[in-house]
Design a protein around this ligand. Structure first.
Ligand code: BG6
Length: 466
């Protein structure tokens, strides 16, 4: 993987995401690759700040992230800061040229927009209208999720972005795609013929995808209230998991081949209608700073989706996410069909269970495959036991998602980034349920509103316990 020297420009350079996630991940990724000085970072923001002040701010964040103080301060010497309040894009353009000159950089530029979604489009336009994206080297723009606010705004944002950047230069980031456990889904499915042969409607009865968080929304109320659970987690993180579960095998591992299959898979998902959704709002949410007392924003949502294609017709996909749930758990549960004939019945009942595969993405990353075994004794009594594998038993600490994804951006590998068509397809699926009307209250530390149970029951299913 080649790593050209370049300027890494971070809009939102003083923000939480940049300080807590991006810059520590950049440091780790570059140090890991033995190229700590491959990039020069330019933080961009609205605050007035001198370079030296910015370096101190970032060095503190690096230390908080566990990087030794000396190392952090030394590395931060290649950091610069430009306020757009001082002369806007024109001054920014001049500053970029000066830095590239000083460091003898070949005008390769990453534009990382670590910004609230509401100002992303205006920022792309301002980069483009001022010609900042034009240079002698390569250029790449990285845009955080959610990409747009709904289908229409996502289309418009794609149009604006494509005015100045080719699709091959656009990196729509969804950090779930950088998680080792998520990337492993491709290997799990396509390197193990054991599972893939039975990965279809003939063998699988239902699939559940849960992204439950025990944390709430302290400090994020204002942003979240304009967003809600569908935009925050379902349209992106959960849909990415769904896509990796249902997509057909790609013809190769090239980014184009993988992304083509993902887009095809999403096209087979019909729009979700309000009757397929149960929404909830956690008690106390309206007391958060920035949240109006009348807010009906959903902090929990449960959805039943379908994939209308040859492989998945008739298989319900239960999707669920929530804040302040009983525990933190991201898990894909695949429930297999029961055997066609019950041989081991006792007293007219059939004691057998369904086989079940749990793929746990976090915490406690690993796999559990549940299957039936005979209990000791002379009758055929049946019990279900798991065959379990935990990642940390053989892998130790997993790299942070941003570490992986930032290295890919710097190397120009788009495999784990979301294509324009893919992002539009995913908005299309949820467009009618982005702001659910009937939002039911649920207590902190619970499994969400009880109505979600009824939704699953309508399909003869139940949610796994939290
Ligand atoms: C972010 C959401 O994209 O993902 C947050 O905006 C959420 O609301 C976070 O808490 C969850 O990420 P992870 O990696 O902790 O599962």
């Amino acid at each position: 993987m080649s790593l050209d020297r370049h300027l890494f420009i971070i809009f939102g350079g003083t923000g939480d995401l940049a300080r807590r996630k991006l810059i520590p991940a950049l440091h780790r990724a570059l140090t890991h690759r033995g190229r700590p000085d491959a990039i020069v970072i330019l933080g961009v923001g609205t605050r007035h700040m001198a370079d030296v002040e910015y370096r101190t701010l970032v060095a503190e964040a690096l230390v908080e992230a566990g990087i030794p103080g000396d190392e952090a301060h030394k590395w931060c010497r290649c950091l610069h800061y430009q306020s757009v309040a001082d002369g806007g894009s024109v001054e920014l353009g001049k500053r970029i040229l000066r830095i590239e000159d000083d460091y003898d950089l070949p005008q390769n530029r990453v534009w990382y927009l670590a910004l609230p979604p509401s100002i992303v489009e205006a920022t792309v336009s301002s980069i483009g209208e001022n010609g900042l994206h034009v240079g002698d080297g390569w250029k790449r723009v990285v845009i955080e999720k959610p990409f747009g606010h709904d289908l229409e705004s996502a289309r418009k944002l794609n149009e604006t972005v494509h005015r100045y950047f080719e699709e091959s230069e656009v990196f729509r980031i969804d950090h779930y795609l950088g998680k080792e456990t998520v990337r492993n889904l491709l290997v799990f499915r396509f390197a193990n013929s054991l599972f893939e042969r039975a990965w279809n409607r003939d063998h699988i009865e239902s699939v559940e995808i849960t992204v439950a968080e025990d944390i709430g929304l302290d400090g994020r109320g204002r942003y979240y209230d304009g967003s809600g659970a569908v935009r925050d987690i379902v349209q992106n993180h959960i849909t990415q998991l769904l896509t990796l579960i249902v997509m057909e095998p790609p013809v190769s591992m090239s980014p184009a081949a993988i992304r083509a299959e993902k887009i095809k898979a999403l096209r087979a998902v019909p729009p979700i209608v309000p009757g397929d959704v149960v929404a909830g709002q956690v008690d106390g949410y309206r007391d958060l700073e920035g949240v109006p007392q009348s807010s009906t924003t959903a902090t929990y949502v449960a959805i039943v989706a379908h994939v209308d294609n040859w492989r998945w017709q008739g298989v319900p996909f239960l999707l669920r996410t929530g804040k302040h749930m009983a525990k933190r758990l991201s898990r894909i549960t695949v429930r297999y069909r029961k055997p066609p004939v019950c041989l081991f019945h006792t007293d007219g009942t059939c004691p057998g269970h369904r086989n079940q595969l749990d793929i746990t993405l976090q915490p406690d990353e690993g796999f559990d495959l549940y299957f039936d075994v005979k209990e000791p004794g002379d009758v055929f009594a049946i019990d279900q036991i798991p065959l379990s594998v935990r990642y940390d038993d053989w892998l130790g600490e997993l790299p942070d998602a941003y570490h992986t994804l930032l290295l890919d951006v710097m190397a120009g590998d788009q495999t784990l980034f979301v294509h324009a068509d893919e992002v539009e397809e995913s908005w299309r699926i949820y467009d009618a349920v982005l702001d659910p009307r009937d939002v039911k209250p649920y207590p902190v530390g619970s499994g969400g509103p009880s109505a979600a149970g009824n939704l699953a029951e309508r399909h003869g299913l139940s949610w796994s316990a939290l």
